[in-house]
Design a protein around this ligand. Structure first.
Ligand code: OAK
Length: 831
């Protein structure tokens, strides 16, 4: 307000307001201007990189206008806002999405054309913003798109990692990690050097009485690191609403102390301090569904959470409302347990800084937070050693102990004399060393807890949070099945299919209300439509085949069935089941006569995905896939009947090309392990069928599209435990077909057999925890059904169309509306 221009001068400002380009001509003019001024280049020196930069800047100029207006509108309306706290935002590229959402793509395409560039090439210049590992981070990105598109006043808060998820190279069949330095030129972020927060670590707590005799805790000493805000505009689709994603970057707090050190000639230690500070936001931890408990990770979490809460509280305080109104104005969603310290931090602010009483503060805290769980895998559940928390955040540990004390008192009151219950639900695990159980803290400190698909939400209520359902009642727990944004995952990834759909259903309104796809069912029997549909799929496969050729050197026939499994490499996702199945297919083909072979359906098995750098078994799986490919792809007896491809460096932009090109995709996790999965939704929405287990959202996809349109197989989740028990305590024999696969591997068919001993042994000699052997035969049988059904292309295409028509439920718009109504209690803000 202090910086506002006085009334009399505002007319001049209004007169000169910058509107951004409105026509193709103006777009061209803006691009040329940016090339010649911002980039200091010319038409004699403008490559695709420069054209990308200038195009983005022209687009961005238009975006900023709406972004500012949206923020002003939201401030003025002063209605309830949502803050989505996520340690990962897997955004991918921004330019195409920005053009699409603000409705400027045609203008840009034609303009670029006249300037001498193809829009696809320009889009392809952009480096992915890869601040995430996989499903959890991409879900956050889809949510931001839906929040803006539905006009919800919402902000995302995250960390501005200098290095995103590593770039994967495959060298001699092995994964090699290369750092992803992505910030060289990033037109999509706005540094806010004036928006900073000083974050405290370490030190100690002194308790003292204030003038009224009340005990106040003072957290003193330690070190200070400064958080600097970087803002990223998030444009909604077909609406002026443009929300904000605020990412924090760490830097040394430039206090007098530093300066003195410097002046005293202690240059080295002053530099070291700066580097220590910058390390906090330097790198994304590359683990998916795995927590390794590193101190720096806990520092990242607190740094990000404390900066975000300071920001949120600062904004709230400007409205001069009573603290009791905090939860009426603010909903904070915790994307898994990574931001759980926010619960403790808000309680600390209210107690120690604002002077509220415990009960009053705690009521505010628990009414504000909601917690989403994204996994039941034990190795992913966060626990921090009490000693580490004590050292890094001494005041927070005290508050955690108090939260636990009051919680256990409540439990004791409800269930007197149940000592085992107290032990089971305690936020502090009485182990050696003692641990803080973050998921329990998140449950206790939130008013709603949700899973991300029906099966998963049921599972958390009957397993990890069972006691908490008893304590708090079932109402606290709910389900919100995941969704994906149809803007990126249909229109942007598959423009021709989107256009064909629009021509049938009458408009592009399905991009805003995905249930409108159901009109497609009327056209399933329309021959011309089916033909066009199939042609588009074929064209997408041709494009992928070209990409495969150029990156791997392998020629694949686009008429083959394209069978795709792209996702993080993890034993629970069972890429090993897939590759063992591929080997079985290969051995079968090898045993066939030429006549028999002629009757077989050609298949291309496509894999892609990163392994966490420290996950040795996942890396072995990648190596086996590549080793099988190396043998099969050049076997003259096999030819086109089978190709095995590993696509390097799977990421969001590659997913946009791969997804529309699949005939069949694999979602084959051991039942009960994949919380939801979201690529399953993307593949079906792009006219591919899926082979999958009864796990995660596969179950709801089946319910929506019909079981005749999906290839389900394998053990059910309710039977998993018994089977595991039998493996460990009973006799455990390996499936005979799988034994043949193992023999081939161990006889050196795919190179040095030693390399794969551990993979074989996990099934054969250990307990086969992921039930690969149990599900192997039913997997092969189901793959045989796929082959048989694929031969009838008319029927296959009909199934694809019907499935797409029934996918409306899986839009992230539906999902966000459910959160808004059931958890956040927020409404869209009219524009
Ligand atoms: C990552 C780190 C810790 C805990 C969970 C994850 C994660 O990525 N979970 C995934 O979340 C997705 C979005 O909800 C789900 O679709 C995946 O099934 C789940 O594995």
């Amino acid at each position: 307000v202090e910086a506002a221009i006085p009334e009399p001068q505002r007319e001049v400002w209004t007169k000169h307001q910058f509107e951004g380009f409105k026509s193709k001509d103006e777009f061209e003019k803006e691009v040329v201007r940016h090339v010649e001024t911002t980039l200091a280049r010319s038409m004699f020196n403008c490559d695709e990189t420069a054209a990308y930069s200038a195009t983005s800047l022209a687009l961005r100029d238009r975006l900023i206008k709406e972004w500012n207006k949206t923020q002003q509108r939201q401030t003025f309306a002063d209605s309830k806002r949502v803050y989505y706290l996520s340690l990962e935002f897997l955004m991918g590229r921004a330019l195409d999405n920005a053009m699409l959402n603000i409705g400027a793509k045609t203008t840009a395409k034609e303009g670029l054309d006249e300037l001498g560039f193809r829009i696809e090439d320009i889009i392809g210049q952009e480096h992915d913003a890869a601040l995430g590992n996989g499903g959890l981070g991409r879900l956050a990105a889809c949510f931001l798109d839906s929040l803006a598109s539905l006009n919800y006043p919402a902000w995302g808060y995250g960390l501005r990692y200098r290095y995103g998820i590593f770039k994967q190279e495959i060298i001699d069949g092995y994964q090699v990690e290369v750092p992803d330095y992505w910030l060289d030129f990033n037109p999509w972020e706005f540094p806010r050097h004036d928006v900073t927060v000083d974050i405290q670590f370490y030190g100690n707590v002194r308790k003292a009485q204030d003038e009224n005799g009340k005990t106040i805790a003072h957290w003193e000493g330690g070190e200070i690191v400064t958080a600097v805000a970087f803002d990223v505009p998030i444009p909604g689709y077909d609406t002026p609403s443009t929300n904000n994603l605020r990412l924090w970057s760490s830097k040394a707090s430039g206090g007098e102390f530093d300066f003195q050190k410097f002046n005293n000639g202690d240059y080295e230690s002053s530099v070291a301090e700066q580097q220590r500070a910058e390390t906090i936001s330097a790198v994304l931890y590359p683990n998916d569904n795995l927590e390794r408990g590193k101190e720096l990770r806990l520092k990242q979490q607190y740094f990000w959470v404390a900066a975000s809460l300071y920001d949120i509280v600062r904004r709230f305080k400007k409205t001069k409302r009573a603290w009791s109104e905090f939860p009426d104005q603010i909903a904070i969603q915790l994307n898994d347990t990574h931001p759980t310290l926010a619960i403790v931090e808000l309680q600390r602010i209210l107690l120690d800084v604002e002077g509220l009483e415990w009960d009053e503060a705690w009521k505010i805290v628990t009414s504000t937070f909601g917690y989403t769980n994204h996994t039941v895998l034990p190795e992913a559940l966060e626990k921090w050693p009490v000693g580490l928390v004590q050292h890094l955040l001494p005041r927070h540990l005290q508050i955690i102990y108090d939260i636990n004390l009051f919680f256990l008192q409540l439990v004791e009151k409800k269930f007197p004399n149940d000592r085992d219950m107290l032990r089971r639900v305690s936020i502090i695990e009485e182990s050696q060393p003692k641990m803080v159980r973050m998921a329990f803290l998140a449950v206790v400190g939130s008013h709603k807890v949700n899973g991300v698909a029906e099966l998963h939400s049921d599972l958390i209520q009957t397993t990890i949070f069972k006691d908490f359902v008893t304590i708090f009642g079932a109402d606290k727990f709910t389900n919100v099945t995941n969704g994906i944004t149809p803007r990126r995952w249909l229109h942007q990834a598959n423009p021709r299919l989107s256009e064909l759909i629009a021509s049938k259903v009458g408009s592009y309104d399905f991009l805003k209300d995905l249930t409108l796809l159901n009109k497609l069912e009327e056209f399933v029997d329309d021959k011309a439509f089916r033909k066009e549909w199939a042609e588009i799929k074929y064209a997408n496969k041709v494009r992928l085949a070209k990409y495969i050729k150029s990156t791997t050197g392998v020629t694949v026939n686009p008429s083959s069935l394209f069978d795709v499994q792209v996702k993080r490499i993890h034993e629970y996702k069972r890429q090993q089941l897939n590759i063992f199945g591929v080997i079985a297919r290969y051995l079968k083909l090898k045993g066939m006569s030429p006549e028999e072979k002629k009757k077989q359906l050609p298949r291309v098995s496509i894999f892609g995905g990163k392994a966490a750098p420290g996950y040795w078994m996942a890396k072995q799986i990648i190596h086996l896939v590549n080793s099988v490919g190396a043998v099969v792809n050049k076997d003259p007896e096999i030819g086109d009947l089978l190709k095995v491809i590993f696509l390097e460096d799977y990421n969001v932009s590659k997913a946009e090309m791969i997804t529309p090109a699949s005939d069949l995709s694999e979602h084959i996790s051991t039942a009960g392990t994949e919380a939801s999965g979201t690529s399953n939704m993307k593949f079906v929405l792009n006219g591919g069928l899926i082979i999958g287990t009864c796990d995660g959202a596969n179950i709801e996809i089946t319910r929506e599209i019909g079981q005749e349109n999906i290839f389900l197989f394998g053990t059910l989740s309710e039977d998993v435990e018994d089977l595991r028990h039998a493996h460990t305590y009973g006799t455990h024999s390996v499936d005979a077909g799988l034994e043949k696969v193992f023999s081939a591997i161990q006889s050196g068919t795919f190179g040095d057999s030693q390399d794969f001993n551990a993979m074989v042994s996990a099934v054969r000699d250990h307990s086969d925890y992921y039930l690969v052997s149990d599900d192997f035969q039913s997997y092969l049988d189901t793959q045989q059904m796929v082959d048989d059904e694929y031969r009838n292309q008319d029927e296959w295409v009909s199934k694809c169309i019907r499935s797409v028509a029934r996918m409306g439920f899986f839009s992230s718009d539906r999902c966000i509306n459910e959160y808004a109504e059931g958890i956040w209690n927020v409404e869209p803000l009219a524009v």
